[in-house]
Design a protein around this ligand. Structure first.
Ligand code: F3S
Length: 419
């Protein structure tokens, strides 16, 4: 990063802006970004070491993506919580930042590597539990809400249309962009944390109108839609482009499932659903490349995901179960008898669990209600080899992050295995 100098022109929203030049190794100017006095002070270390590190990270990110300035954010959501995924290197980074820095906007946290209360029942080792607890305490010191869920948009961190955010966690940020109409890039854990500490994020990508236009028209020709398989079919074709859906009427929970599956099968961070998502009316999809989705595409997605048999673990709640989903599961299971030997997990947030205690009693007769974590970020590979799930996102990650063979079933199919 190069030295700062004051520019002559006036930059909107910035008081006495300072120009920061990002330099390549051979000294060439890569990008120029304008900082306010306040941002400059953070970068100079006048507001502490943590804020300086955070600002350096944001300026470097802005340089890479050619952002011209930083913009204020309304909230942040952080990934990088499980000891399984961040390890000792992540702890070192968090210890450094949590020395003197604090978040300055509402900030929530993704699932950790274990249920904080029932970790022994999950077969977690004392050492893992100790390191995991230390990570959560670092976030607590930083001022982060440690509810540990990937669906903060349902309760603990509800974004509003038009707000600028810095969210990590692919399902959450896609939901915020697509269903709420807020604006966030697909942040990584460190970028989102740096934004939470400084209250700003570099303005590029999905923060800009031009980058939010749909680039492909998805025409769904199905009477009944399985949203995990639809997300898989579309995500694997569109990659990082922005799909515009025609022919579906998903509920909020189905939108959550769709967002998660597309983010995992591709890297979709924003999608439009005609007549449902806030920005869909602002775009005319005529003339876009068409992607018809019928039975053949859905069956092909199913065959790709469903590769195992005889599951040892049956896991629901990726993304974390909502109150409505918990109620629906309890209603379907009430009065039935448990069958089968496979262990069963219902993954949800502690906040959601607290709102439906009677339904949780029903679910507890069929398996473990697991909070703060999920089947992907906890070390299930130490106990199980085959996992069954109804989540397109989990099907994508279980083989790579948890060495699992995967059985894909609808919710109904999973409930038939256990009742
Ligand atoms: Fe959430 Fe874990 Fe799935 S973080 S989206 S339940 S992989």
């Amino acid at each position: 990063m190069g030295a700062a100098r004051r520019p002559r022109g006036k930059i909107q929203g910035a008081i006495a802006p300072v120009c920061v030049r990002s330099l390549s190794n051979d000294g060439l100017v890569l990008a120029t970004m304008f900082l306010t006095r306040d941002e400059e002070a953070m970068l100079a270390g006048e507001k502490g070491e943590g804020a300086r590190t955070a600002m350096e990270l944001l300026v470097a990110l802005g340089g890479i993506y050619d952002a011209k300035r930083l913009v204020p954010i309304a909230s942040a959501h952080l990934s990088g919580v499980s000891y399984k995924t961040i390890g000792e290197g992540g702890i070192e980074f968090l210890e450094r930042l949590s020395g003197d820095a604090r978040v300055c906007v509402p900030t929530t946290l993704n699932p950790a590597g274990m249920d904080r209360r029932k970790w022994r029942e999950m077969g977690i080792s004392p050492r893992f539990a100790d390191r995991q607890q230390h990570i959560i305490e670092c976030y607590e010191r930083l001022g982060v809400n440690t509810d540990c869920s990937c669906t903060p948009y349902l309760n603990t961190n509800v974004p509003k249309r038009g707000q600028t955010l810095a969210w990590a966690e692919s399902n959450a940020l896609s939901f915020a962009n697509s269903v709420v109409g807020a604006r966030t890039n697909r942040e990584g854990g460190p970028g989102a944390l740096a934004a939470a500490i400084t209250g700003r994020t570099p303005e590029y990508g999905l923060h800009l109108d031009d980058n939010r236009r749909p680039s492909m028209l998805v025409e769904v020709e199905l009477d009944e839609v399985d949203y995990s398989l639809l997300g898989q079919a579309v995500g694997s074709v569109v990659g990082g482009r922005i799909p515009y859906y025609r022919g579906i009427r998903p509920t909020v929970d189905q939108l959550k499932t769709l967002a998660a599956a597309m983010a995992a099968a591709g890297s979709v961070a924003l999608f439009h659903v005609e007549g449902i998502t806030p920005e869909s009316g602002e775009h005319d999809p005529r003339g876009l490349e068409r992607l018809p989705i019928g039975r053949a595409e859905i069956e092909s997605a199913r065959n790709k995901l469903d590769t195992g048999k005889d599951p040892e673990l049956i896991a629901l709640g990726c993304p974390h179960l909502s109150v409505e989903e918990v109620r629906d599961l309890a209603a379907r299971l009430k009065g039935k008898k448990r069958k089968g030997d496979a262990e069963v997990w219902f993954c949800t947030s502690r906040c959601t669990a607290a709102s439906c205690p009677r339904e949780l009693e029903v679910l507890s007769r069929f398996g473990h209600v697991v909070c703060d974590t999920c089947m992907v970020v906890t070390p299930i590979e130490e106990r199980f080899r085959v996992t069954a799930t109804n989540s397109g996102k989990a099907c994508n990650y279980l083989p790579t992050l948890c060495s699992q063979k995967v059985v894909y079933r609808t919710t109904e199919g999973l409930l038939e295995m256990i009742s």
